[in-house]
Design a protein around this ligand. Sequence first.
Ligand code: 3PY
Ligand code: MG
Length: 249
Amino acid sequence: DREPPPDRSAIGPDSRGLWLMGNDVDLARRLAGTGFDWLALDAQHGAIDRSALVDLGRALGDVGANYVVRVPGVDHAWIGASLDAGAAGVVVPSIASVEDAREAVRATYYPPLGERSWGPLTPMWDGYAPDAERANAQVQCAVMIETVGALDAVEEIAALEGVNLLFLGPVDLSLSLGMSLDDLLADTSDSGPVGRILAAARGHGVEVAAFAGDPSRVPALRALGISRIAVATDIALVALGAQQVLDLT
Ligand code: 3PY
Ligand code: MG
């Protein structure tokens, strides 16, 4: 029998994540070895479909990479498939209500907490898949707070059993609030949008993570007290690397 790997916490404290929009398996494997603490495969806005998800899951599993999947929406099939492929957690976007968050929980966990269907792929790849109880204990269910509806319900969302991470989507949240992204991130008050998310999380023992996308936004997120950050996208890495090469030559 295979030894189970140590418990995972894909998006851990003081961590820097890399957001992958692309679906290239070899590039993902290479990037997984560069030192980021976790990867997020973006199946909402990126080029990752169900087939790429399985290919990426197998490749990242082979190198022991820590990764989560940002699924396209509150979608049982996608959430289940992402976890079956070996993701340590899911980031569920476009949550608009406590009911949406409850649905994300139902899809993420096996019974009795949820309704996830059994069918992990990792054993077929000669890997280890935890049993249902251990999977439920390990999985990270991150719900995105990026709409006015989610912000208004953030207390109730943070209180839900099974929600272990509130994931700030600053771009959509600023759009939903009708304010600029810079103004949203500059508001460090307790009553501001991000302050309300942090307070709800603190009150219920839940963690907070955020998307920066562009590394220039990381200091503002850290100043707000957020330490789990997707600090760049694969696209941002390429653009920054290209600029560096052009500057050097
Ligand atoms: C947002 O900022 O809205 C996001 O969803 C990050 O990808
Ligand atoms: Mg968004």
